[in-house]
Design a protein around this ligand. Structure first.
Ligand SMILES: CC(C)(COP(=O)(O)OP(=O)(O)OC[C@H]1O[C@@H](n2cnc3c(N)ncnc32)[C@H](O)[C@@H]1OP(=O)(O)O)[C@@H](O)C(=O)NCCC(=O)NCCS
Length: 171
C-alpha cells in the first residue's frame, strides 16, 4: 500500500457486512478466523470498527465483544492483504482498546496466530484459566457464543482453536 494513502477509522455500518464477510471468508477457510453466518455479522455490527481507504474501500476491521463486567474480547480483526504491514491493524486495535476502556472493562482477551502483533500491543500469553474466578467461569458457561466457548477453552471448540494462542492484556 502506498504510504500516502489516508486511512480513516469509523464505526461499521450494515452496508459494510458484505465486504467484511468477503474478507473473513478466506481467513475462515484457513481457520484463522471463526466462520460465522451473515446474521451474526449484522447482529454484532455495533461491535465493529472499520478502517477505510481514501477511495472508500475496506482496508480492515475488528470487533470488541464484551464477555463479562471486566473482560472483553478483540475478535474478527483483519486487514486486507494489500493493506497489511502499514499500521492499519495497529490503528484498529488501538481503537478497540480505547472502546474497551470506555465501556468499562479492565482486561481484553484474544485468540490468535498473530502472537507477535498482539505482544507488541501489550498482550501476554494466558498461562491458564485463572483469568476468571470459578463463579464467573460458571456464569460464562451459560453463554451460547462460540468466542466465549473458545475463551473458556471448552473441549467442543478445541478443533477450531488448534494452533491458536490465548492472550490477554490489562488496560
Ligand atoms: C493481524 C493483522 C490484523 C495485522 O494487521 P496489519 O495491518 O498488517 O498490522 P500492522 O501493520 O499494524 O502491524 C504488522 C507489522 O507491520 C509493521 N508495521 C506496523 N506499522 C507500520 C508502519 N506504519 N509502516 C510499516 N510497517 C509497519 C510492524 O512491524 C508489525 O509487526 P508485528 O506484526 O510483528 O507487530 C493482519 O496480519 C491480519 O489480518 N491477519 C489475519 C487475521 C488475524 O490473524 N487476526 C487476528 C485474530 S483476531
Amino acid at each position: 500500500m502506498p504510504a500516502d494513502r489516508q486511512i480513516t477509522l469509523r464505526s461499521a455500518r450494515t452496508g459494510d457486512v458484505p465486504a467484511i464477510r468477503a474478507l473473513v471468508e478466506p481467513l475462515a477457510q484457513e481457520r484463522v478466523l471463526l466462520q460465522k453466518e451473515a446474521v451474526a455479522f449484522y447482529e454484532a455490527i455495533q461491535e465493529f470498527v472499520v478502517a477505510e481507504d481514501a477511495d472508500g474501500s475496506l482496508a480492515g476491521f475488528g470487533a470488541l465483544h464484551v464477555m463479562w463486567q471486566d473482560i472483553a474480547e478483540v475478535r474478527t480483526l483483519a486487514v486486507s492483504r494489500d493493506h497489511r504491514g502499514a499500521g492499519v491493524g495497529h490503528l484498529i486495535l488501538e481503537e478497540l482498546l480505547r472502546r474497551a476502556r470506555v465501556v468499562g472493562v479492565e482486561r481484553v482477551f484474544c485468540l490468535t496466530f498473530e502472537v507477535e502483533f498482539f505482544r507488541r500491543h501489550g498482550f501476554a500469553v494466558m498461562a491458564d484459566q485463572s483469568a476468571v474466578d470459578p463463579e464467573v467461569y460458571a456464569e460464562l458457561l451459560r453463554s451460547t457464543d462460540e468466542g466465549v466457548a473458545e475463551f473458556l477453552d471448552l473441549a467442543r471448540v478445541k478443533p477450531n482453536t488448534l494452533g491458536n494462542t490465548r492472550m490477554i492484556r490489562t488496560l
